[in-house]
Design a protein around this ligand. Sequence first.
Ligand SMILES: Cc1cc2nc3c(=O)[nH]c(=O)nc-3n(C[C@H](O)[C@H](O)[C@H](O)COP(=O)(O)OP(=O)(O)OC[C@H]3O[C@@H](n4cnc5c(N)ncnc54)[C@H](O)[C@@H]3O)c2cc1C
Length: 362
Amino acid sequence: MPDVIVIGGGVIGLSIAWELAGHGLTVRVLEQGAIGQESSWAGAGMLPPGPVANARTSESRLRGATHQLWPEWAQSLASLSGMDIGYRRCGGLEVRFGDAGEPSDLSSEIAAVRAEGLVVETGDPAEFRRRFPMLGPELSAAFFLPDFCQVRNPRYLQALQIGCRLRGVELVAGAPVRQIDLSDGRIESVQAGENVHRAAEFVIAGGAWSGELLGQIGFRASIEPMKGQIVLLRATPSPFQSVIQVGLRYLVPRDDGRILIGSTEERAGFDKRNTAQAIGDLIQFARRVVPSLKDAQFEKCWAGLRPYAATGQPYLGRLPQLANVCVAAGHFRCGLHLSPITAVLIRQILLRQPVSLPEECL
Ligand SMILES: Cc1cc2nc3c(=O)[nH]c(=O)nc-3n(C[C@H](O)[C@H](O)[C@H](O)COP(=O)(O)OP(=O)(O)OC[C@H]3O[C@@H](n4cnc5c(N)ncnc54)[C@H](O)[C@@H]3O)c2cc1C
């Protein structure tokens, strides 16, 4: 019997398993489908910087703490797995084009990143167009965050799987947990297919499906799927190397000339189909931000289900009413970025170590 069973083999479940196994625990991951193929695969891999000392909210504390963990996390994973996971300090541009319905300036955003103590480069639109000549002519405001990073999430997930296996984690695909048996205020066992699994501790990391899993054990968590569609283009050489964001939409350039364009936020249940409307809008958006993309090749498109938590922050930590259950779910738009800090916090909680962030983050 393993020390810990993790339910859910996305980036959150795999990161927790890798971290726990690195601290001497035996771990089994139960995944209903294929490992690392849901939201974590579908994401864009943006890793925005966060404050080290000036964090004022739980969100910014988590963002700052995880951003500090990333370089070492990526390094140890890359050296253990032998893979380049595409972790890069690529920088990030935030831009506006002042179209109807969109604010044309960024002064309040610049004030907010300055208040967090982040390194930010500002200037007028003409200066930014000289520095980043690929940007469209209607540019009305911009700033640059040099500490913005990215990771190639499909590779990150592969590396986590290799790292987990090398640390002895059992990764069980095709194991949908449909029944959870309780006894004496604890999870006694879970049933996945024909098999019954027991462990001393259980971690629920089921992404957008976590609300349903938690409901089975009497915990009401408002976690629901929020569909996000992505278009993949290829332009060689890539006309830019930094992430470009326009509010919630973005372009993420990879080293090999691929460019991800995202994304939508849609309440569509567990439907992951792409729609002509969304894909058309994303391509139009990309051409307005970087007009030369009109010549880029269309490679493919996909959609993923972000685990949206109505509370505005992920559920992290022990469940109050059951002695041996932790939850790590509801990371919405930032689960890839928050995966290292989530794994560290869950390890600290399970091993009864001092927890490195204040209680309001849990
Ligand atoms: C379009 C898009 C763009 C994104 N961009 C970014 C980004 O740039 N940066 C960032 O940080 N984040 C981004 N995200 C968000 C990020 O992908 C998610 O927050 C993260 O993947 C959540 O990880 P997870 O492991 O909780 O969920 P998932 O990856 O969905 O994994 C949960 C797993 O649990 C399994 N599971 C569920 N129920 C059961 C069960 N009963 N039994 C067994 N297994 C079960 C599921 O099959 C699934 O594999 C993006 C997401 C999308 C969709």
